[in-house]
Write a protein that binds this ligand. Sequence first.
Ligand code: AMP
Length: 296
Amino acid sequence: MRILRTVESLREWRGMHEKVGFLPTMGALHDGHLSMVRRSVLENDATVVSVFVNPSQFAPGEDLDSYPRDLQSDVEKIAKCAADADPEITEARLAVFAPTVSAMYPSGIDLDASKQRGAFVEVLGCSHFLEGAVRPQFFRGVATVVTKLLNAVQPTVAYFGQKDAQQSVVVKRLVRDLLLPARIEVCPIVRESSGLAMSSRNAYLSADLRARAAVLYRSLCAAQEAFAAGTTDLAGLQHVVNSVLDTERPAVESVDYVSLNEPEFFQLTCTASRGCFLSIAVRMKGGVRLLDNVIL
Ligand code: AMP
C-alpha cells in the first residue's frame, strides 16, 4: 500500500486511477471505518483512506492532543481488510493519505477561532444546533477539512458514516452547494455486539461503562418500537428514550439531547415520520460524550 504524505504525491497517485473511492477518517480505525474500506474496495478501481486528526474541528481544551493516534496499526488494519475484501488487490490500488498539519493548513491553524487566518468553509442552516451548539467550531472545521480533502483527492465517491448523522447532512449540503464533483455515500452504523455504536472515543470508557453504554442503542430501539406502534410526537419519543436511559443512572450522567430531525437539512421537527433521524447525545460518568442515532 502507498503511504502518501503530500498533496502532490496524492494527486500523482490519483491520476493513475479512474474510479476512486475515498474514506476520510481521523484514524484509530475500528470495524465501522473498515466496513467502509471494504465497500470502497469492492465498488472502485482504487481506494484511499485519509488519516488526519483535523485541528480546526477541536476547540481549545478539547481532546486534540490526547486523541488516539497509531498510524502503523491503522495501515495494517486497512491492508488486511482490503485483502480480505479482494484477495487480488494490488499495492497500487490502495493508499493511505496521512498529511502533516502544515500540508493541510498552509496558512497555519490556531485552535482559537478568533485568531484564525485563511480560508474556511461554513454550511449554514444545519451546523449551528445540536452538535454545533455544544461545539461551536466543530462543523466549520469539518466542512473546511472535507472541502480540502475532496479537492486534494478528487474522488469518484466519498464514504461517510450515519454514525455522525448531522455531519453526513452537512457534508451532503457542502458538496451540493459548492458544486464539488464527488458522490457522497452514507453508510450504516457498525455496532459492538452489545449494540454500542463503534467509536474511536469508546477507548476512553472503562470496561464497566462501555458495557453500560449499550443502553444508548436500547433506548433508541425502544423509541423505534414506540414509533412503529403509533407514537409520533417528539415528547412521547423523548419520554421513551429517557426512561430507558434512566435504567443506567448514574453511569449515564446527563443527556445533552434527544432530537428528531428531518433528513434533508437536519431541521428539528416535533412530529416523527418515516426517514427522520432520532439522535441522542449522552455524557457518561467521567465525561465521555457518546452519540447515536436511528432512522425511523
Ligand atoms: P472519524 O474517524 O471518527 O472522524 O470517522 C470517520 C468516518 O467514519 C465518519 O464518516 C464517521 O461517521 C464514520 N464512522 C465512525 N464510527 C462509525 C460506525 N460505528 N459505523 C459506521 N461509520 C462510522
